[in-house]
Design a protein around this ligand. Structure first.
Ligand code: CP
Length: 357
């Protein structure tokens, strides 16, 4: 694999991604053959935000490959609670571990961490930005359940504004020809403009719609998501959005027999439990595909022996990113690095937020 770090799944070429999916399937079919391939290697899981699946599936993946694990699942139990910076934590852990998976509530954290880590860094979720290994989970599931990653009509429903799994999935699936995204949300929780720009620049298409019932008959895949309560400014605003889209048996009557239902989980109440028994529901199988995907990713990344932090040397700007949730707003030593986005617009290289100059 050419890239040392996985900040965004589109860091990987199609060939690299396909190789990882195939390796995940080989491990699933013959797990014993892979039981000690990471013997002597250490994975650090640094979770500044709660997690069940991502953290445990990374840990299970490394243990099933014969490796060991270190880390924290609550930064208050680490020296972060004493005010240690991201830079210092990562510099130290990068010297202990062979590979790091990091989750953080601020957008752009994994990219920032890669600047100081000798060990390769995997983005395990950065605020509302991206979640590439959930997307790996999703593409392993789609490859096995649909038989292809192109020419699919994919409905994405729920919190498309704050749902990092949605952003990552669209970014990756829009690199495959002929996919169509049906974006099902309220106007307040619609997908960010930068994601629409990515679809517009691809060989894919999208449509925005406010009704799950109307969208249902045309879908190959329905990707449900929860409303991300923790990303709302107030409980009142969250309550206005929660419960607008609920998938139940009645709504499923209009869906194709072949449609697959995915969800990154955790579920709150956007899928009725009775749907769990419908053969189209694949969200629990999806979690298992994800573990094999992460095993394959760890194996592949550990082949790269480069221990040099990624300097991310770009022309710096005197501006700060205007996204209040960008990591560069709290870790003040980070240089302001941007990409020109046309006109007076800059795109932050940590969080992809737009800044008007
Ligand atoms: N899908 C996902 O990221 O779940 P967790 O938050 O439990 O890791």
């Amino acid at each position: 694999m050419k890239t040392k770090n996985v900040i965004d799944l589109t860091d990987l070429s199609h060939q690299e991604l396909t190789d990882i999916i195939k390796l995940a399937n080989e491990i699933r079919e013959r797990p014993k053959e892979f039981g000690d391939v990471c013997k002597g290697k250490i994975l650090a899981t640094l979770f500044y935000e709660p997690s069940t699946r991502t953290q445990m599936s990374f840990q299970t993946a490394m243990l099933r490959l014969g490796g060991s694990i270190i880390g924290f699942d609550n930064p208050q139990n680490s020296s972060v609670s004493k005010g240690e910076s991201l830079k210092d934590t990562i510099t130290v852990v990068g010297g202990y571990a062979d590979i790091i998976a990091i989750r953080h509530p601020s957008e752009g954290t994994a990219a920032a961490a890669s600047m100081y880590s000798a060990a390769p860094v995997i983005n395990a979720g950065d605020g509302g930005h991206l979640h590439p290994t959930q997307t790996l989970t999703d593409v392993v599931t789609l490859y096995n359940e649909m038989g292809r990653l192109d020419h699919l009509t994919i409905g994405l429903c729920g919190d498309l504004k704050n749902g990092r799994t949605v952003h990552s999935l669209i970014k990756t699936m829009s690199t495959f020809k002929g996919n169509k995204f049906i974006l099902i949300s309220t106007p307040e929780l619609s997908v960010p403009q930068y994601i629409k720009d990515i679809i517009n620049a691809s060989e894919c298409d999208y449509e925005e719609i406010g009704s799950l019932t109307e969208a249902m008959p045309g879908l190959d895949v329905l990707y449900m998501t929860r409303i991300q309560r923790e990303r709302f400014a107030s409980e009142e605003e969250y309550k206005k959005q929660n419960g607008v889209f609920v998938l139940d048996k009645e709504k499923l009557k209009a869906a194709r027999k072949s449609m697959k239902i995915l969800h990154p989980l955790p579920r709150v109440d956007e899928i009725d439990v009775e749907v769990d028994y419908d053969e189209r529901a694949k969200y629990f199988e999806q979690t298992v595909y994800g573990m094999y995907g992460r095993m394959a990713l760890i194996m592949t990344m550990l082949k790269n022996t480069d221990r040099t932090p990624d300097p991310r040397v770009y022309p710096t700007h005197p501006f700060r990113c205007s996204n209040p949730n960008c990591i560069s707003r709290t870790e003040k030593y980070l240089p302001g690095i941007f990409r020109e986005a046309g006109g007076d617009m800059l795109l932050c290289r940590y969080c992809e937020g737009r800044t008007l100059i």
